[in-house]
Design a protein around this ligand. Sequence first.
Ligand code: HEC
Length: 116
Amino acid sequence: MNRKIHSIISVVCLIVLVACNNNDLTNPGTEKYFPQVKTIIENHCASCHNSSGSWAGRPVSFDDDAAIAMQYQLIKAAVADPISPTNRRMPQDGMLTADEIDIIVKWFDKGGKISD
Ligand code: HEC
């Protein structure tokens, strides 16, 4: 009798363990990219793309979180899509690393919002 209860408890514990573990490993939707995207924009884009100073009135400005999220499609296009007469490669004064481009594309794929 005691033995049986023991084995039932063991099985239950095992199921709980596997279930929790599984949850942690196979839930790719939990990673948040926006904070990293924001850092990339601040370091590589905002010096040119802001709505004050000599850059006021330029095609795009990334002044705050809302402005960045609103232009997620343009940002992804400018760093990752093929270059064309209407799609210029950014940043204009250099290159992002492959990792930085990857983060922007993942953020775009997830939805391109502040919460993504
Ligand atoms: C050295 C200045 C500079 C930096 C840094 C820069 N840009 Fe630009 N960007 C420009 C200029 C100038 C234009 C206008 C292009 C034109 O009229 O030829 C532009 C245009 C754009 C456009 C409008 C669409 C287009 O293709 O013309 C987007 C979107 C853009 N930039 C995104 C970015 C992003 C994202 C970054 C950072 C990864 C960035 N830019 C960094 C100068 C810069």
